[in-house]
Design a protein around this ligand. Structure first.
Ligand code: BMA
Length: 333
């Protein structure tokens, strides 16, 4: 039988736990959540919205660690099993030949994308305002920083894991200086990872004729998209404005393989919403913010990492075929 997941191949040691008995949820939480507690590094105030990839038979990643001055740092983490992580106590430093770029001030919400034999790191970088920073590593020891991708203000930069039509593709969410109360996902193209253009609109918040819904305020791409034989599977966060501020939930969309700005399906209901104590209570209440997914093409298993309440990191699981069926039957593009 043809495998549904095309990208990344076999990962027999993908972290996994079956759906709990009695549950019919399409995406279910790990019983050991939160897998990364806020003080997993002794100098961290919180560890969340972070990115993990398979590395040398185990797992490595770039983690958002807000320190005890509440400065936003990126740090390297390593794990044998993808569940128990050792997080560095030192902030990650990027090397750059270009002094203007090397002024790395702060960063948050990293994504890590394997591409062309490298691991590209994309994060929200402060360069006279928040924009999309880009760098790469081969060994999770030495990191090189490239030119910032866009002008401020922009957030949620997510690189596609392969070129399409000979070009790199980057998703992003143009925004403004504050806690943005709007936001659509766009795709931009580049031949060299330096100059970006050919901007295409992917999708925006769901207006639903004014009806209240979980993704009505803003949306942003989550983990790098998963290539399936039916299209790019994108997990994304959607935000609802309530009397208590923003609520961040997770949904999914299926994007066209060749023109991924064309949305084929998009979940009308959320897949996960903050409803456990560690998602409801923390530095920022009611936040569930996915930044990474592991896949195993043999079993169709997907393991997601998400930030919980801007404090700690949780995991959740799903099966790709069940998710695609659900998407098709519960879609509202
Ligand atoms: C966004 C980002 C995320 C954060 C979220 C909820 O604007 O700052 O890092 O998780 O708000 O506070």
């Amino acid at each position: 039988m043809t495998k549904t997941i095309v990208s990344d191949g076999s990962l027999p040691n993908i972290p996994w736990e079956p759906r709990p008995a009695g549950s019919s949820d399409i995406v279910w939480r790990f019983s050991k959540n939160p897998v990364i507690p806020r003080h997993a590094s002794p100098t961290a105030d919180s560890i969340y919205n972070s990115a993990v990839v398979p590395f040398k038979g185990g797992f490595a990643g770039v983690f958002r660690c807000d320190d005890r001055a509440r400065n936003m740092t990126l740090r390297v983490g390593k794990s044998r099993d993808g569940v128990n992580f050792e997080i560095s106590d030192n902030r990650l430093e990027f090397h750059s030949e270009e002094p203007e770029i090397g002024k790395f001030l702060e960063g948050y919400d990293p994504r890590v994308v394997p591409l062309d034999g490298r691991y590209y790191v994309i994060w929200c970088n402060n360069y006279h305002g928040y924009t999309i920073g880009l760098g790469w590593t081969e060994d999770f020891e030495h990191f090189n920083q490239l030119e910032n991708v866009f002008l401020p203000f922009n957030r949620n930069g997510v690189l596609f894991p392969r070129k399409i039509g000979g070009e790199y593709l980057m998703m992003s969410r143009p925004s403004y200086a504050g806690h943005t109360p709007f936001g659509d996902i766009f795709i931009s193209h580049s031949k060299d990872l330096t100059y970006w253009g050919k901007h295409r609109h992917v999708m925006g918040p769901k207006k639903d004729g004014g009806l209240v819904n979980w993704q009505m305020t803003k949306i942003g791409a989550g983990p790098y998209p998963i290539e399936t034989r039916e299209g790019w599977l994108l997990f994304y966060h959607g935000v609802l404005t309530t009397c208590n501020g923003f609520t961040y939930s997770m949904g999914a969309a299926l994007l066209d393989l060749e023109k991924p700005w064309q949305v084929r399906y998009r979940t009308r209901p959320y897949l996960l919403t903050p409803e456990t104590l560690y998602e409801n209570v923390g530095n920022t209440q009611n936040v569930l913010f996915p930044c990474a997914a592991l896949t195993d093409s043999d079993s169709g298993r997907i393991a997601l990492y998400y930030g919980a309440a801007d404090t700690c990191t949780g995991m959740a699981f799903c099966q790709v075929d069940e998710l695609l069926d659900y998407l098709k039957n519960n879609s509202d593009v």
